[in-house]
Ligand binder design. Structure first.
Ligand SMILES: C[S@@+](CC[C@H](N)C(=O)[O-])C[C@H]1O[C@@H](n2cnc3c(N)ncnc32)[C@H](O)[C@@H]1O
Length: 267
């Protein structure tokens, strides 16, 4: 996780100036939230919302624009500093906390939330999903909603083939092994360049492991959705549709690309 933190510090700065994140578009009033996240979470106006692994906060602040009273948490001090800067320049009220997600309960002083969200590229950075699910349960109010949207682990077993980088090749395990996949970090999804000595450690987590961990933590799982698209070109073999979403080539969607879960803490 320490290696990952150094990588995310470097990427945060580069992402901040990237066309992918479009901080200027956000400052001009854009929301970064896809409609299916907004629909799944429902009305947030006046509610306290905790965003776990918030990067530099554009999604967190988009929830603030919908009226939520937001707290973002991330372990990259650079990302948290940038998030505070965007909030200030946009005149949005938000609190950003610098902490490892595993220390969320202590860092939040035991505060619990009616809405907790985590989306798009959060779980592979975490070694222990049962422990993470326990953290999620510990920051939810009784009856509170947890919403997760993540890249589908089925799609994450593939890497660009060495013979043809636009074709997928089966490379990574689907089931958790306990060991991270250590790799020299290449350019990031947002086009951030190669970081000197940048090594990423990512842990595979199957859909079953994630769902069972949330159930074991005492949450009531209510909605499971699998999506045949991503919101950007997450893999070089995807093709863009007229709706701006990216799918496997051809008319059929052979494998899922994202999933979402909605669960509630017991009353
Ligand atoms: C892919 S980004 C999340 C992207 C976010 N959905 C967005 O679009 O801006 C993953 C984030 O997780 C954070 N992260 C990774 N491991 C973490 C940990 N153990 N505790 C807290 N944050 C962590 C990174 O710093 C990074 O900001």
């Amino acid at each position: 996780m320490e290696r990952n933190r150094a990588l995310w510090d470097a990427w945060a700065e580069e992402h901040f100036g990237s066309a992918f994140y479009g901080v200027d578009r956000f400052r001009a009033g854009d929301s970064t939230l896809p409609d299916f996240d907004v629909d799944a979470v429902g009305a947030v106006a006046g509610k306290r919302l905790l965003h776990l692994q918030c990067h530099f906060g554009l999604d967190t602040l988009s929830w603030a624009r919908l009226g939520a009273v937001v707290t973002g948490l991330d372990f990259s001090p650079k990302a948290v500093g940038l998030a505070r800067r965007v909030a200030e320049t946009c005149g949005l009220r938000a609190r950003f906390i610098h902490a490892n997600v595993y220390d969320a309960a202590e860092s939040l002083g035991g505060e619990r939330f009616p809405v907790v969200v985590a989306t798009a590229g959060v779980l592979p950075w975490l070694p222990d999903i049962p422990r993470w699910a326990g953290v999620v349960a510990s920051v939810l109010e009784p009856g509170g909603l947890f919403y997760l949207r993540e890249f589908h682990p089925v799609s994450q077993v593939f890497a660009p083939s060495s013979a043809n980088p636009r074709a997928p090749e089966l490379r990574y395990p689907y089931f958790p092994t306990g060991d991270p996949v250590r790799e020299a970090a290449e350019a990031s999804y947002a086009g951030a360049g190669v970081v000197e000595d940048g090594t990423s450690c990512e842990w595979p987590h199957s859909l079953g492991e994630v769902m069972q961990s949330l159930l074991d933590a005492g949450l009531r799982l209510e909605t499971v959705r699998e999506f045949p698209f991503t919101t950007y070109r997450a893999y070089p073999w995807l093709e863009e549709g007229t709706d701006g979403r990216w799918r496997w080539p051809g008319d059929q969607s052979p494998l899922p690309l994202m999933y979402s879960l909605r669960c509630h803490a017991p009353h």
